[in-house]
Ligand binder design. Structure first.
Ligand SMILES: NC(=O)C1=CN([C@@H]2O[C@H](COP(=O)(O)OP(=O)(O)OC[C@H]3O[C@@H](n4cnc5c(N)ncnc54)[C@H](O)[C@@H]3O)[C@@H](O)[C@H]2O)C=CC1
Ligand SMILES: O=C(O)[C@H]1O[C@H](OP(=O)(O)OP(=O)(O)OC[C@H]2O[C@@H](n3ccc(=O)[nH]c3=O)[C@H](O)[C@@H]2O)[C@H](O)[C@@H](O)[C@@H]1O
Length: 446
């Protein structure tokens, strides 16, 4: 099948590469000319495991191409995917500017039937707005052409995006026309072989399903962070509690890891957008407001622990930071807890020496030129002369370091473990002062 995809970001590129991998002819479109030029040279603008090989293979086979040319994009295929960003607006609602811009781009150029498939995360009712936009533009052109707008939200996780797309838990298709559902069944058949995971529903339910999934996962995390804070006060270890409840299959082990808060381009923005949707619908989303509030507070927990350890005197201190990306296996730093921590440390007059296995270029783009940030090529180098180590992202590389070497490089053996990677008793035995998240009274072992 021929497919056009607007948006060469995480979702667009992964969708395009995977669809091309199974034989489709994909044209990728972006308004960012530099991004398109890089992709044409074979350079990926994002880090995502396995994606570079897929794109290179598809490009060599002539099954994927990149353009900024809207005429070419609309002419290329009947199936037109929207995978552009939907960043938060000032009031927390999703900004649909880019989505509606693509709708207009298509409507201004289409000369026959088009199936517009929205993959961006958008509030309930957006498919109707896209439909309305296309209809208005066609009317202004004096044309009456057949088209459909459907919802096909994406559930991939960064860092495992290719795997998630290739082996989806479910494929949600929100549409009202059987021929549109049939087109999606055909397109997704290679990813849907052994078990039928394609669920067809009405567009509004599909749009809400996406927010419901992210909000439920965010709720699990904030729930655990709430309990971690309680565990600290009552002298319990949240890691034991986690294993204790995860063993109940009704609860499960997934997404109950406490930590220094959830980040990324989606949970924070999608929870806020859903709260906004509820407000607009006259409903007070109390659980969601709590989920968001608990997370905002949790992202400051590491800073509070560091500040309290140093008696509030952080000016002139240096903190080593392991992990800048919002989670492992990505270079994405959007809403990353590392940023909340670094910005709070800088505001308090402290300096940061940081290392991340892949997000160094992104950190340089965001914070390059600051004299209170040193980006170190190696995790051990980040420790040199630092007053303490804070671990923010659970990269494998940080799980089992040579603690003797860590101790030798730090000015004082103090670790703030924002992901509960280490065993407090072991670190105490090695002579470290250890702070985790929710690990007993004061979450401290010394
Ligand atoms: N990042 C993720 O893990 C996931 C994201 N989503 C959703 O998918 C959507 C896209 O997210 P990302 O891929 O992360 O965004 P991104 O920010 O990585 O990429 C978006 C791309 O769209 C391009 N763009 C903007 N306007 C355009 C236009 N008019 N025509 C063509 N290209 C245009 C931008 O230049 C950019 O390259 C969002 O709604 C997001 O919430 C859904 C599931 C997972
Ligand atoms: O809509 C989206 O964009 C995507 O959002 C999330 O994916 P992603 O943000 O890439 O990453 P996650 O693995 O979900 O992690 C999100 C944040 O939660 C944190 N987290 C995750 C799990 C956990 O137990 N505890 C925890 O603090 C992570 O550290 C990270 O900061 C969802 O998992 C995807 O299904 C969804 O498609």
């Amino acid at each position: 099948m021929r497919v056009t995809i607007y948006g060469c970001g995480y979702v667009g590129l992964v969708t395009g590469a995977c669809l091309a991998h199974v034989g489709n002819r994909v044209l990728m479109v972006d308004v960012d000319a530099e991004r398109v030029a890089r992709l044409r040279r074979g350079e990926l603008p994002i880090y995502e495991p396995g994606l570079d090989d897929l794109v290179a293979e598809a490009a060599a086979g002539g099954r994927i191409a990149f353009t900024t040319d809207a005429d070419e994009a609309v002419a290329h295929a009947e199936v037109q995917f929207i995978a552009v960003g939907t960043p938060p607006d000032e009031d927390g609602s999703a900004d649909l500017r880019h989505v509606l811009e693509v709708a207009r781009t298509i409507a201004e150029r289409m000369d026959g039937y088009r199936l517009i498939v929205n993959k961006s995360t958008v509030p309930v009712g957006t498919a109707d707005r896209v439909r309305e936009t296309v209809r208005e533009v066609l009317a202004a052109r004096g044309l009456e052409l057949d088209f459909d707008v459907i919802s096909n939200p994406e559930f991939l996780k960064e860092g495992a995006a290719v795997e998630d797309f290739m082996k989806p838990d479910r494929i949600i298709v929100g549409c009202e026309r059987e021929d549109s559902a049939e087109r999606m069944r055909e397109l997704y058949a290679p990813f849907n072989r052994n078990h039928d995971r394609l669920l067809v529903m009405d567009t509004r339910s599909a749009e809400l399903t996406k927010y419901a999934a992210n909000a439920m996962l965010a709720t699990k995390i904030s729930f655990m962070n709430e309990l971690a804070n309680l565990a600290e006060r009552v002298g319990a270890d949240i890691e034991r509690v986690r294993v204790g409840i995860g063993s109940d299959p009704r609860i499960g082990y997934h997404f109950i890891y406490p930590g220094c808060g959830y980040g990324g381009s989606c949970f924070p923005k999608d929870v806020k957008a859903l709260i906004r949707t509820a407000e607009e619908a006259g409903h007070d989303a109390r659980i969601l407001r709590a989920v968001d509030g608990v997370n905002e507070r949790q992202k400051r927990r590491l800073f509070e622990k560091i500040r309290d350890h140093f008696g509030g005197r952080l000016a002139g201190r240096t903190l080593a930071l392991w992990g800048l990306a919002f989670k492992p296996n990505t270079d994405d730093m959007r809403e990353a807890p590392s940023r909340t921590l670094m910005e709070a440390l800088w505001a308090a007059g402290a300096r940061v020496r940081a290392h991340d296995p892949v997000a160094m270029a992104e950190a340089r783009r965001l914070y390059g030129g600051r004299d209170d940030l040193v980006l170190c090529a190696d995790p051990m180098e980040a420790l040199e002369g630092a007053d303490a180590l804070a671990v923010v992202t659970e990269w494998h590389l940080f799980r089992s370091p040579d603690f003797d070497a860590v101790k030798a490089r730090l000015r004082r053996p103090v670790i703030f473990d924002g992901r509960n990677l280490y065993d407090p008793a072991r670190l105490a035995a090695l002579g470290f002062t250890y702070y985790g998240i929710g690990r007993g009274t004061g979450a401290r072992s010394a």
